[in-house]
Design a protein around this ligand. Structure first.
Ligand code: PLP
Length: 429
């Protein structure tokens, strides 16, 4: 039987469908689930892949290939051999890529914080905080909630910008940055974005690095957290954003970030910062005032574990073997349970950690509450928007990596029941 679009049904048919949906939900609620699709964390099986890393440096084997005793202070730039491996993977010259501590989010906070307090490398004037207007930051939405909290905590006003399948809506971005010199920065998750999974197209990237901005010191925080996290056989290389920015005459516009948090051990990986030579000097100057150097023991563990760029690529394929079937289960279930009903659409990511589901406008919060009452925890409605406010109340972020495959299946089966019920309630209201 082919599905009928709910919005096309008359009230009698809708009422009958609602009756069925209520019965389905009652059965779901009675099944005593306790499932969690909230956070994009690696599954234990993924963490196991990096097990040998934990013993890759020992009490009597602690020198880097260059002879550095990694147990001691120093080397703020990070181990050169590890910078070379990740430079190759990210398409960035090793001298423009620093290996730092355990978290890229900390580096983003630092780069923004240095700009707020001290100003940028390319603008000798004082920090953004001392300028007449509070700094503003463009936030492609839906996006990553922690980006918003970092910027907000540093005093930025957050301006949402719609995210299309190609990247941020450039008509909106172009107009905003040209008109307002207090727009100082913008977030970007250029590959397999959190949560929609889209990758910025080359024309969008070219325009971002070349567009005219009213602020002379406008910066893009290029969070390439998922650059190496392909789910299938296509493994596109990251675009050379720093080279494109330089060729456009804006060499200092982009701060690039990445980390191994979802490659090795989450929260215990190595984070990377990359940028123009001038920004690298600027970053090292300020970072040198808060740290004597990063954890080189962990950096050497990573180097020994991976050996080279091909080692990282092979490792990422093993991750994909574990998580791709979970993504497929979610998509298959959404296709079968919601396809053709006219009440939802969802993304089909080729990489990253999330699937973004848009339900009937005005029902996302209701869906999440229904799911919670049935024992299925989902990321709160609005989490992918600044201040937690989804103006259309339609977006739900699905994070399928952490639970066991059978739990992913049960959770999405239940989610489908909740999406249908909330839609029918809304259409009959
Ligand atoms: N950036 C994005 C887009 C993320 O989704 C995440 C984690 O979910 C992070 C950064 C966190 O990175 P890290 O662990 O290196 O701080």
């Amino acid at each position: 039987m082919s599905a009928s679009r709910y919005p096309d049904l008359d009230r009698t048919a809708l009422a009958a469908a609602l009756e069925d949906a209520r019965a389905g939900y009652a059965a779901l609620a009675e099944s005593g689930l306790a499932l969690d699709l909230t956070r994009g964390k690696p599954a234990p099986a993924q963490l196991d892949l990096a097990g040998p890393l934990l013993t890759a440096v020992t009490a009597d084997d602690y020198r880097s290939p260059g002879g550095v005793d990694v147990r001691n202070y120093g080397g703020l730039e990070g181990l050169p051999e590890l910078r070379a491996v990740f430079g190759e993977l990210l398409g960035i010259p090793a001298e423009q890529l620093l290996a730092q501590g355990n978290s890229s989010l900390v580096l983003m906070h630092a780069a923004l914080g240095f700009s707020v307090l001290h100003g940028t490398a390319d603008d000798g004037s004082s920090g953004w905080i001392r300028q007449p207007q509070a700094p503003k930051m463009l936030c492609p939405v839906p996006g990553y909630d922690r980006h918003y909290t970092v910027a907000e905590s540093l005093g930025f006003e957050l301006i949402p910008v719609p995210l299309t399948d190609e990247g941020p809506d450039m008509a909106v971005v172009r107009q905003l940055v040209a008109a307002d010199s207090s727009i100082k920065a913008m977030w970007a998750v250029p590959m397999y974005s959190n949560p929609t999974g889209i990758t910025y197209s080359e024309p969008v990237v070219r325009e971002l690095v070349s567009m005219t901005t009213a602020a002379p010191d406008f910066k893009i925080l290029w969070d390439n957290a998922y650059a190496l996290h392909h789910l299938g056989p296509d493994e596109p290389a990251p675009l050379d954003v720093l080279g494109l920015a330089e060729a456009s005459g804006n060499p200092d516009r982009v701060h690039v970030f990445a980390s191994t948090s979802k490659i090795t051990h989450a929260g215990a990986g190595v984070a990377f910062y990359a940028s123009s030579p001038a920004n690298i000097r600027w970053y090292l100057h300020h970072a040198g005032q808060m740290s004597i150097g990063p954890d080189k023991i962990n950096q050497l563990r990573h180097l020994r574990f991976f050996q080279d760029a091909e080692g990282v690529r092979a490792h990422m394929r093993r991750h994909a073997e574990i998580i791709a079937p979970k993504f497929q289960a979610v998509l298959r279930t959404l296709d079968q349970g919601l396809g053709g009903l006219g009440i939802a659409r969802w993304t089909r990511p080729a990489g990253g950690y999330f699937i973004s589901l848009d339900v009937l406008p005005g029902t996302a919060d209701r869906v999440i509450k229904l799911a919670a009452e049935a024992g299925i925890a989902l990321t709160p409605a609005g989490a992918a928007f600044p201040h937690g406010l989804d103006p259309r109340d339609e977006n739900i972020r699905i994070a399928p990596t952490l639970p066991e495959p059978q739990d992913v299946q049960k959770a999405v089966d239940g989610l489908v029941v909740c999406v249908r019920l909330a839609a029918l309630e809304k259409l009959l209201a």
